[in-house]
Design a protein around this ligand. Structure first.
Ligand code: HEM
Ligand SMILES: CC(C)=CCC/C(C)=C/CC/C(C)=C/COP(=O)(O)OP(=O)(O)O
Length: 324
């Protein structure tokens, strides 16, 4: 190479090294094009796993473990369970992205995902999904226990096959029934600690189960055009906004009832009851305002979606605190 090297500005294609050629003109040469390409691929594969949702799923499992163990369940068990569950949830998300690549390409919210954007091949996404599922079963069966491995694989199957393949494009009840998939993590966490399931675990499952419809329909209301374009029969598309708003209210009411009765089936105390009641009433209020909002207005729908993202960690934190 000729000439002296200068600092490395970030160009269109990433870090470059600038040289003066023999004639004295500045020219750029990419230093790490392959490294950069590789890094972009890794980022695309990570995006296939829906990482932010994954974190919330893991958080609910961890809180269930803390309650089931009535304290810290042990570092080895905790890491093994969260690693195994992360693998199956990530695998489920990659399967969903693989199967839904056609509709993701026509929805504004999802058209930049790795498959529609052409960053990952369909075969690559499916392969990743299956490898992750296999790795999850191996990790949980060898490191935790058979029931946790079975439940985590069942969560994958529920999300991939029952929700994504079977229900999502067929019925406006897709979220109500399919929402069960995202409620599996507390079951996995509970089974990891105790080796069995109990009513307490079922109640934690039900909290996420009843939380899911208002969480999703709030978003579907203000993203309705996307689902119409993609031909996905979400509640606001098929039954109309009124039905989606009303059904959300019903589910938020059931959510409050289930969360308020957790102390009857699990060792949670007054701190939990106080926090979950305040959070539940706040969420119910938001869903009620969304219900009262006229069609075509989405201020409270947006607020309810945001509120749903705050509600779940707060309530599960209260669950975890009861176990400590
Ligand atoms: C059938 C069940 C569910 C459906 C249909 C659903 C749907 C959605 C959708 C469409 C989004 C917007 C994502 C985006 O902007 O691209 C979202 C965001 C989110 N969901 Fe759900 N969800 C479900 C269940 C869950 C569950 C069980 C959890 C966790 C326990 C969860 C956690 C989250 C989080 C943390 C976000 C915000 C993350 C982000 O902005 O990427 N969801 N959900
Ligand atoms: C225990 C275990 C393995 C659970 C895995 C379950 C899992 C990843 C649940 C998440 C549910 C979810 C975010 C659905 C998104 O709906 P969508 O896929 O219709 O949303 P999209 O339009 O954003 O793709």
């Amino acid at each position: 190479m000729y000439g002296q090297e200068s600092h490395t500005p970030l160009g269109q294609r990433g870090p470059a090294v600038w040289f003066r050629d023999r004639a004295g003109a500045w020219t750029a040469a990419d230093r790490w094009p392959h490294l950069l390409e590789g890094w972009r691929k890794v980022q695309a594969y990570v995006a296939l796993t829906k990482p932010r949702i994954l974190l919330m799923l893991l958080f609910t499992a961890l809180c269930a473990m803390l309650l089931a163990a009535k304290g810290w369940p042990g570092t080895r068990l905790t890491l093994g369970t969260l690693a195994g569950l992360a693998l199956s949830s990530a695998g489920g998300a990659a399967f969903n992205m693989w199967y839904d690549r056609d509709i993701d390409a026509v929805m504004s919210r999802t058209r930049h995902r790795p498959l529609p954007a052409g960053q990952v091949s369909p075969a690559g996404a499916l392969a990743l999904s299956l490898v992750l599922l296999g790795a999850s079963v191996l990790v949980l069966a060898s490191w935790v226990n058979g029931l946790a491995a079975l439940l985590s694989a069942a969560g994958y199957v529920y999300y991939a096959l029952v929700y994504t393949v079977w229900l999502k494009r067929r019925t406006p009840q897709n979220i109500v029934i399919g929402g069960g998939a995202g409620a599996f993590p507390p079951l996995v966490g509970w089974a990891a600690v105790t080796g069995q399931l109990s009513l307490g675990a079922v109640w934690l499952f039900l909290i996420i189960f009843f939380w899911t419809p208002p969480h999703f329909w709030a978003l579907a209301l203000f993203k309705n055009a996307d689902y119409v374009r993609a031909g996905v029969p979400m509640m606001p598309v098929v039954r109309g906004e009124r039905a989606a708003r009303f059904q959300s209210l019903i589910h938020a009411g059931l959510l409050l009832a289930v969360s308020a009765t957790l102390p009857l089936v699990a060792p949670v105390g007054p701190l939990y009851l106080g926090i979950s009641t305040v959070a539940g009433l706040a969420f119910l209020y938001s869903v009620y305002r969304m219900y009262r909002e006229p069609d075509g207005r989405y201020l409270w729908a947006r607020r309810t979606f945001a509120c749903s993202l705050g509600y779940l960690p707060v309530v599960f934190l209260a669950v975890a605190a009861s176990g400590m």
